[in-house]
Ligand binder design. Structure first.
Ligand SMILES: *Cc1c(COP(=O)(O)O)cnc(C)c1O
Length: 227
């Protein structure tokens, strides 16, 4: 816990360096602190150090934390898989959902988003390496789902999200992210307005930023290993 300040400073410097290395502004990359399986005290600490965006994977755990942190103006991102029976709570409590891969879930989130709230920001999760173990859709199914989401009033399509298979080589990491970046360009060309590439974790964030990531999801490098 005493390392959070050092870790946050280090990760901010790493984001800035990766952005500058490819001629991007450091503030064009949003840092999402992934706090799953970490205590509320860690979130509080990071918030005091200026961290505003937090990501959680498990609804129950997230709800318990939110209840203890209501006084903090945190922007909450749901970055786990979404089952139908979870959509109402997610629509009511979160600002973002990153793992949309079915129109049915998108419709429920839109219908269940409370009227007084801004639309829920969503990303379509792409299974870039066709892994059975991962959620997400194939690249060639993105346009159809994006077009459907575009019509829904309660949610707002912000872009694409992916978790590539681990690759040791920097160029290989970049190649995976480049496919997602190209798809975002393609969506825009087809008149679907979106601005977010949610890609890059502790191990591959530098490659993701080189390929245009606008949001990196970082857990371990901020909060330490998860047990
Ligand atoms: C856990 C998780 C992260 C953070 O991963 P680290 O390797 O700890 O940085 C990012 N994105 C998703 C979807 C996750 O589940």
């Amino acid at each position: 816990m005493q390392n959070i300040e050092k870790n946050l400073n280090r990760i901010r410097a790493r984001i800035a360096a990766a952005a500058e290395a490819c001629g991007r502004a450091p503030d064009s990359v949003l840092l999402l602190a992934v706090s799953k399986r970490k205590p509320v005290a860690d979130i509080r600490k990071a918030f005091e150090l200026g961290q505003k965006h937090f990501g959680e994977n498990y609804l129950q755990e997230a709800q318990q934390k939110m209840q203890q942190l209501t006084e903090l103006d945190i922007c909450w991102h749901f970055i786990g898989a979404i089952q139908s029976n979870k959509t109402r709570n997610i629509a009511e409590a979160f600002d973002w959902a990153h793992c949309i891969d079915r129109v049915k879930i998108a419709r429920r989130l839109s219908d269940q988003r409370p009227a007084g709230m801004a639309p829920l920001n969503v990303c379509i999760q792409v299974n870039i390496d066709h892994e059975d173990s991962k959620a997400g859709i194939e690249l060639d199914a993105v346009v159809e789902l994006a077009a459907a989401i575009h019509e829904l009033p309660g949610i707002r399509l912000r872009g694409l999200m992916t978790i590539p298979a681990p690759r040791a080589d920097f160029t290989d990491q970049r190649n995976a992210f480049a496919q997602l970046a190209a798809m975002l360009v393609s969506l825009r060309q087809q008149g679907i307005d979106c601005d977010t590439l949610s890609m890059g974790m502790t191990q591959d964030m530098d490659a993701a930023i080189a390929e245009g990531s606008t949001l990196v999801r970082i857990g371990t490098a901020i909060f330490g290993d998860r047990i």
